[in-house]
Design a protein around this ligand. Structure first.
Ligand SMILES: Nc1ncnc2c1ncn2[C@@H]1O[C@H](COP(=O)(O)OP(=O)(O)OP(=O)(O)O)[C@@H](O)[C@H]1O
Length: 243
């Protein structure tokens, strides 16, 4: 479903480098990526989404080798098959909540609007606790409410994979657990794989698999063979992360 092989990634003019010999994520998995700030979690999520391109290696998502696609092809693939929840929401501040949630269908001709989109929108908004806000301008929402709008917008097209960058990062402790539960339930409903970056260790019991970048950073100082063996024990094998 997602397979990264021999990945080497660097930003231009940055000492940070991400090396991933091999990482596979199966359909339906619930994966949390944790670790220190700057360790590469967002970069890995963006590589999986085709928003970043590695200098070398192969990234295959849903049977499609992203590294073989042109930029417009990667964009169309991402829009039609993946759901992204960005760290900074990426909402359009002069539109209403409803308009923001349905925006992907308006601006991306490749994404066909399903006949039940309004029903999906109402159901998902109710689960996320934003049903009463649909006609409000997003500028007039709290950060936590905007976060939930961004989650809803990612889910309504029924993506096959949801890639979420700290989806509860701006939420009040009392509702973050409820929102993470709602994200898990929505992914179950639509049959999506969920890969989330989080700093919140309280949320980890919800995930069947955890990729810990702190562990990988420590392992990086040991011999490559140890790295491969040890990282197998967390059922992931990204390694060689250095910054
Ligand atoms: N556009 C960029 N250009 C250059 N360097 C970047 C860029 N984006 C991120 N970096 C660097 O790459 C490294 C990894 O960043 P990344 O955002 O992937 O880490 P992270 O683990 O997600 O951090 P956080 O938990 O703070 O969000 C950091 O050293 C960061 O400064």
């Amino acid at each position: 479903m997602i397979e990264l092989t021999d990945i080497r990634f660097r930003y231009p003019a940055s000492p940070f480098e991400l090396n991933i010999p091999r990482l596979t994520i199966a359909a339906g998995e619930r994966v949390a990526m944790i670790g220190p700030s700057g360790s590469g979690k967002t970069s890995l999520l963006q590589l999986m989404a085709g928003l970043l391109t590695p200098q070398s290696g192969r990234i295959t998502v849903l049977g499609q080798e992203l590294t073989q696609l042109t930029e417009p092809e990667r964009r169309a693939f991402r829009i039609c098959r993946l759901g992204m929840v960005f760290q900074h929401f990426a909402l359009i501040d002069y539109l209403s909540v409803r308009e923001n949630i349905l925006l992907p269908f308006r601006i991306n001709p490749a994404l066909k609007r399903p006949t039940d989109s309004e029903e999906r929108l109402s159901r998902f908004a109710a689960k996320l606790g934003i049903a009463a806000l649909l006609d409000r301008n997003v500028r007039r929402l709290s950060q936590g409410e905007q976060q939930r709008v961004a989650v809803c917008r990612a889910m309504v097209p029924h993506p096959e994979i949801v890639l979420a960058d700290e989806p509860t990062g701006n939420l009040d402790p009392t509702i973050k657990e409820a929102v993470m539960d709602a994200i898990g339930q929505l992914c179950d409903d639509i049959g999506a794989t969920l890969i989330t970056v989080t700093h919140d260790h309280q949320l980890l019991p919800r995930f069947r698999r955890i990729i810990d970048f702190a562990e990988l950073l420590r392992l990086d100082r040991s011999a490559p063979s140890t790295l491969a063996d040890a990282s197998a024990s967390v059922s992931a094998s990204p390694g060689g992360i250095s910054s």
